[in-house]
Ligand binder design. Structure first.
Ligand code: UD1
Ligand code: UDP
Length: 375
């Protein structure tokens, strides 16, 4: 069967890599559409190179603009390709504007939609991602949920039965596959002037954190204060760099090592060897857990609730720099949970389950039953 995959943003390149590989092994013909949402070589090309993802068959070159403008242009661009390619199915990933455009274009053309990473909810409709997730889930014919919590969220919204399939997390598949390879890049730590287990790794890019000047300033101040005690490595997202420049927020605190966004392998290396991760990223919160590194999430809520429940993640709502510093200090002092225990994100073969379900066109038969939802 011919499938069209729509991706566009950095985390989607990570998510697509194990699934593309499994689709090819199962004999699917995949047409890869890159919307162009992320376009800097360090935000896009490096992931295709490092993760061995086939080059996109189409690149729409659509980036920037308001949400409506960006999503609308993507919708028209994806529709045109779908009319030409006439696939049997469209795959979308996560919760970006590229996800929404892909799901909407396909469903209007009556092409079945498969959503990978379905069912995540922050219950905060002010986040653009929350709108994208809710709409994409309701448009989808196949919902591949990473966690029991995601399956329950879908059930609460009336989405249940054969089309929902709990498969585990494709980001775990990728981290397992590439984690060891990342170790070969250990020289990077020396280049950055940090030592194993002796630095904090930070990432910031959420619109709610970057586009509110006071909030952004409090996060940067907090990271600067932490960096007086422990070096802080901050691979900076282009959105954050732009907003800091626009608001005159200096990134010059001593001990704060601000670098350009790093490639996936370097990021895995930095994560594995960090003493603590402070982030507002969805993917990075999980990767911290995959590598047994404590995490402080710089948000008021998280979609990955099981990490907080298991004691691996602490929420530190930004707004008050002092409170963020205290949360990071407390997490640095706290011993990490002794063992990771039961894996929260599957067994590293989420992609295999997704492709098995699509190949059999049966749906949840290939997934893991969820108590309370599957009986
Ligand atoms: C997007 C997603 C977000 C995801 C994040 C991953 C939406 C609504 N948001 O947010 O869910 O967590 O990607 O990183 O889809 N830019 C560059 N170069 C690039 C990429 C972006 O300069 O390679 C600039 C854009 O021009 C824009 C800003 O960064 O000015 C934000 O980019 P955009 O893709 O709109 O949103 P993200 O914040 O990246
Ligand atoms: N990532 C990366 N380099 C960086 C920052 C992040 O390779 O400088 C990877 C990270 O390891 C994870 C993914 O990008 O796999 C997460 O993307 P991001 O934080 O941009 O988006 P989110 O997960 O919040 O949607």
């Amino acid at each position: 069967m011919r499938v069209v995959t729509v991706v566009g943003a950095r985390p989607q390149f990570v998510k697509v890599s194990p699934v593309s590989r499994a689709l090819a092994e199962a004999g699917f013909r995949e047409v890869l559409v890159h919307t162009g949402q992320h376009f800097d070589p360090g935000m896009s090309d490096v992931f295709f190179d490092e993760l061995g993802i086939p080059r996109p068959d189409h690149n729409l070159g659509i980036a920037g603009g308001s949400h409506g403008e960006q999503t609308g242009r993507m919708l028209a661009g994806v529709e045109e390709i779908l009319l030409r390619e006439r696939p049997g199915m469209v795959l979308v990933y996560g919760d970006t504007n590229s996800t929404l455009a892909g799901a909407l274009a396909a469903s209007k053309l009556h092409i079945p939609v498969a959503h990978v990473e379905a069912g995540l909810r922050s219950f905060n409709r002010r986040m653009p991602e929350e709108i994208n997730r809710v709409v994409s889930d309701h448009l989808s014919d196949w919902l591949f949920a990473p966690t029991p919590a995601a399956v329950r969220n879908l059930a609460t919204e009336g989405i249940a039965g054969e089309r929902v399939c709990m498969v585990g997390d494709v980001m775990y598949d990728a981290a397992l596959r590439f984690g060891a390879l990342a170790e070969s890049r250990g020289h990077l730590l020396g280049q950055m002037g940090v030592e194993r287990s002796s630095y904090v790794l930070a990432t910031i890019h959420r619109q709610e954190n970057t586009d509110d000047a006071a909030r952004l300033r409090s996060i940067v101040d907090a990271l600067g204060a932490v960096a007086e005690e422990v070096p802080v490595v901050l691979p900076i997202h282009p959105r954050t760099r732009k907003e800091c420049a626009a608001q005159g927020i200096a990134l010059t605190a001593s001990g704060l090592r601000v670098v350009e966004p790093v490639g996936y392998l370097d990021m895995l290396l930095l994560e594995k060897n960090a003493r603590l991760i402070a982030t507002d990223s969805g993917g990075v919160q999980k990767e911290a857990y995959f590598f047994g590194v404590p995490c402080v999430t710089l948000r008021s809520e998280t979609e990955w609730v099981e990490l907080v429940e298991a004691g691996w993640n602490t929420l530190a709502p930004p707004g008050d720099a002092r409170a963020v510093v205290d949360a990071i200090r407390a997490a640095l002092r706290r011993p990490a949970p002794a063992a990771r225990g039961e894996g929260l994100y599957g067994d590293g073969d989420a992609a295999g389950r997704i492709v098995a379900a699509l190949a059999s066109a049966r749906g949840p038969g290939a997934g893991v039953p969820v108590p309370g939802v599957d009986g």
